[in-house]
Design a protein around this ligand. Structure first.
Ligand SMILES: [Zn+2]
Length: 469
């Protein structure tokens, strides 16, 4: 049942799990309460409060995870791009072919149905907030919809319907690659230039502010990459984002060829170029960052920018891990994204990153002396900061976004308060995630979404249409 944690007409409602993660540790005998807006109002150990709170017996509560980088429609590609492609197309040629085929077929209805499936799967993984890097804008033949922002609105509608918090990172793509002419971007995502893009962004901002509470859905600017958005257009978008205090996300340093191509066109590698142009700041997030020079890492740190890494997706695509240790040491934040949705499991992403580092350094843990806490912080607090979300921690004034773990699930049974977080980060089975609450509203109960059957059914139908011969 989807229900509010705050009883109808009441000023507040509360929860009493066996343990609650308050940012540094799990605490017991502690209830927390939220108001009718879904924001946490207080924590209490008073007997009357413990008695009044809804008992979550045998469960631990943890702040909802933040998925900082998602392309929802990539969910249709799972398992369908794993065969080896033609040698001349390179290591990711088969994936690219499947991507382009799906992109050519998705109807508006498919975009909605697929996004609902993807967002529901995120809730099942304890994710309560997503940064959707959305770049499908036009009809399959490239014709704009009568309402240019139709598909962005469908994404927002899907997030609202499923009940996940969303930063809509509306994407600009102008050209196909470095040095390519403007207008050469793929037809479904092509925009004529920064003026058109910023008009769309402005119109979307009005829609979002009218239709959603400010912290349920909000807008971010997202030039797809320096390869596909020429520098002048990139700067125009960055200037607008800064003036409007919007987050600015972009793919950067994804491939080895990118730095060379960027240097050939502009005389600088991508991050160095963006720093020189004054684009980097605390609202900037570099997505992927698989190939960064030490100087570029320092530039991101000096700007207090964030880096979103997508370890599961990168591994699936055969891309190397980002230099995360250096990025953190330089002072930039690290967040996680599910990106191509090869798997939706941020905790698996976190442990995969840590294990890559252990292999490289022959040290365990590798990221930090308490890597479990650092990884969980990245998957919550830093992700929220990168997206401009109000969530990310169970604290007074923040929304009651949390998931509960069944403490008797075989994957965590026997953990104590001191070891539960490490157990969750390194060994939690997704099956152990029981209830998920977003803004004090219950979105998952007993590991199931209220619309589970219809969401899965419609996705299965969409897959049949998309992949029919
Ligand atoms: Zn991406």
């Amino acid at each position: 049942m989807v229900q509010s944690g705050v009883p109808h007409g009441a000023r507040e409602g509360g929860w009493l799990p066996d343990w609650v993660y308050t940012g540094e540790k799990f605490e017991t005998g502690l209830a927390f309460f939220a108001d009718a807006l879904g924001r946490i109002t207080r924590f209490s150990r008073e007997p009357a409060d413990l008695a009044a709170a809804r008992r979550l017996s045998g469960q631990a509560a943890l702040p909802g995870l933040v998925n900082t980088h998602s392309h929802a429609f990539h969910r249709v590609l799972r398992g369908r791009a794993e065969a080896r492609g033609r040698p001349e197309t390179g290591p990711r040629g088969a994936w690219r072919e499947a991507h382009d085929r799906a992109l050519g077929r998705l109807s508006g209805e498919d975009v909605f149905d697929v996004a609902r499936m993807t967002f529901m799967e995120m809730l099942l993984a304890g994710i309560t907030c997503v940064g959707e890097f959305h770049y499908v804008h036009h009809q399959p033949d490239g014709t704009p919809w009568p309402e240019p922002n139709f598909l962005s609105c469908e994404i927002l509608r899907a997030a609202h319907d499923v009940g996940i918090r969303i930063a809509l990172l509306h994407v600009a793509q102008v050209r196909a690659d470095f040095l390519a002419p403007s207008g050469s971007a793929p037809v479904r995502s092509r925009c004529a230039g920064p003026e058109v893009y910023l008009r769309e962004l402005e119109a979307l901002r009005v829609v979002i502010e009218k239709d959603f509470p400010a912290d349920e859905a909000w807008l971010g600017a997202a030039p797809y990459s320096l390869a596909t958005v020429p520098l002048d257009a990139f700067k125009a978008i960055a200037t607008y984002a800064r003036a409007q205090r919007l987050r600015l996300h972009t793919h950067v340093a994804t491939s080895a060829a990118e730095a060379a191509a960027c240097t050939a066109e502009y005389g600088r590698a991508p991050v160095a170029l963006l720093a020189e142009q004054g684009v980097l700041d605390k609202r900037f997030t570099a997505v992927d960052a698989n190939y960064l020079s030490d100087d570029e890492v320092k530039l991101l740190g000096t700007a207090r920018a964030a880096v979103c890494v997508c370890p599961g997706s990168a591994r699936n695509l055969g891309l190397p891990p980002a230099p995360v240790e250096k990025i953190i040491a330089a002072g930039a934040g690290v967040a996680f994204g599910s990106d191509t949705q090869a798997q939706i499991d941020l905790l698996a992403d976190a442990r995969s990153l840590e294990y890559d580092l252990r292999l490289q350094r022959d040290q365990r843990p590798a990221l930090a002396p308490d890597a479990a806490t650092a990884l969980f912080h990245a998957a919550t607090v830093t992700g929220a900061r990168s997206l401009g979300a109000t969530s990310g921690a169970l604290e007074v004034g923040r929304p009651a976004d949390f998931f509960t773990v069944n403490l008797l699930d075989p994957s965590v049974a026997g953990a104590d308060a001191g070891t539960l977080l490490a157990n969750v980060v390194y060994g939690l089975d997704r099956r152990a995630i029981r209830d998920v609450w977003v803004g004090a509203r219950q979105r998952l109960s007993g590991g199931r979404h209220v619309s589970h059957g219809s969401i899965v059914g419609r996705f299965v139908d969409a897959q049949k249409r998309i992949w029919a011969e």
